[in-house]
Write a protein that binds this ligand. Structure first.
Ligand code: MG
Length: 412
């Protein structure tokens, strides 16, 4: 079997869902998804010549080939691995189809038939669509698009309306009613910011507001629901320690990205001084990105993003290492069903799985993007692992084309 083409398409969901399709001379095609990045499809097209004529079933060798070819340009990490992650997933899809077995089988078989999904509830309101540099945009499927005013995700939010405990409560009850047993909320929302948008310093008023928001959720669903919170690496260590200590009463499943990712000393400081499990990993690449923070126990919950970290095999190595250090894995995930199901195969195949993120409850066509799977894909807070060959689903191109990002090739 030989690779004959690599094609890309981008669908405008609440993020840019970037698909890579690898075609072969045996009428089998593989589908993978990449985490968004500026210039991503251009990177994917640049990598195509490295795959042409190759046997797509030699996954580890081709990963190494891509890695070496980009080692000067991307060196140790970076968005080139967003591209490689999607390619690697597509290769697993091809191998599974060629052998007539699902991806989880190729990864060593399953520990569980269905994986627990946690609902990302953002800041209690629905999340806007964000482009590849995290600026909000008017999504074609969003009815409020006409009045949309673009803003930067990490910009000054002091002019925005403060997030309300009632919104958090309502969102928690809504997700709980759908069957989700694990919810995650953002702490870095309007009304909690410090006096200076640049210095990572919080105020007592901001911290009190965070406690009110999460307290409203805990009062509503905390008895039978696991709660996690996300800081998006915005704060300094000593202030986020104050936050975590105030939130200890809510017995959180984890507190995510308290400080800059990859700063082991800061993470260790936070972890040592609070009684809340600390999670990080969505911004780290490859095994090397996780090796030291796991070995030094600078975190409690490991959150790699499978569409970014370097692929399913890389993630399995990270998971094995984390398991030796008794740490659970809760993959970050902002994907369409394509990336989500690839991640679900991985989650089924590792012992130390905790929960997989779902970030797209506000995107009305999320379920419609794939065929060959019972809908809704998430039922009662779980995804049942597909048993078909490879990924187990195919892309619905008609739906994908309807929401395709303008100016990007659509599998051309
Ligand atoms: Mg996060």
């Amino acid at each position: 079997m030989k690779v004959t083409r690599l094609k890309t398409a981008v669908v405008e969901g609440n993020f840019d869902w970037t698909f890579v399709r690898i075609e072969t001379d045996e009428r089998i095609t593989g589908l993978g998804e990449c985490f968004f990045a500026p210039g991503l499809t251009s990177i994917l097209r640049s990598l195509e010549p490295l795959l042409l004529g190759e046997d797509p079933r030699d996954i580890h060798r081709l990963f190494r080939k891509l890695r070496l070819a980009t080692s000067g340009a991307g060196s140790v990490a970076g968005i080139v691995y967003n591209a490689i992650s999607g390619i690697e997933a597509a290769l697993w899809d091809i191998l599974g189809q060629a052998l007539g077995v699902p991806i989880y089988r190729l990864l060593g078989g399953k520990f569980r038939d269905k994986v627990r999904i946690y609902a990302d509830c953002h800041g209690g309101e629905s999340l806007e669509s964000l482009d590849e540099i995290l600026r909000s945009r008017a999504a074609s499927w969003d009815s409020s698009a006409d009045t949309h005013k673009a803003k930067d995700y990490f910009g000054d939010a002091s002019d925005q309306k403060a997030s309300a405990p009632e919104d958090y409560r309502r969102q928690a009850l809504k997700k709980r009613a759908l069957g989700f047993t694990t919810l995650k909320f953002d702490l870095d929302v309007p009304g909690t910011e410090g006096a200076d948008p640049h210095n990572r310093v919080l105020t007592n008023g901001g911290i009190d507001h965070m406690v009110e928001l999460i307290g409203a959720v805990y009062d509503a669903v905390g008895k039978d629901t696991d709660l996690a919170v996300d800081c998006h690496w915005r704060y300094n260590a000593s202030d986020v320690i104050k936050v975590a200590r105030e939130l200890e009463q809510f017995r959180l499943l984890w507190l995510e990205d308290p400080v800059r990712p990859g700063n082991i000393a800061a993470l260790k400081e936070v972890k040592a001084r609070v009684r809340v499990p600390i999670a990080t990993g969505e911004n780290l690449f490859l095994f090397e990105g996780f090796e030291e923070i796991i070995a030094q126990h600078a975190l409690s919950v490991v959150t790699p993003d499978l569409q970014k970290v370097g692929g399913l095999a890389v993630a399995q190595t990270i998971a094995s290492f984390a398991d030796m250090h008794t740490m659970p894995i809760a993959p970050h995930n902002i994907s369409s069903p394509v990336g989500t199901l690839a991640s679900a195969h991985f989650c089924a195949a590792i012992p130390n799985f905790l929960a997989l993120e779902f970030h797209a409850s506000d995107v009305p066509f999320w379920n419609d993007l794939v065929d060959g799977f019972p809908k809704p894909i998430i039922q009662n807070g779980f995804i049942t692992i597909p048993d078909g060959p490879g990924l187990g689903v195919t892309l619905n191109e008609e739906v994908a084309r309807r929401y395709a990002r303008k100016g990007e090739p659509f599998f051309e």
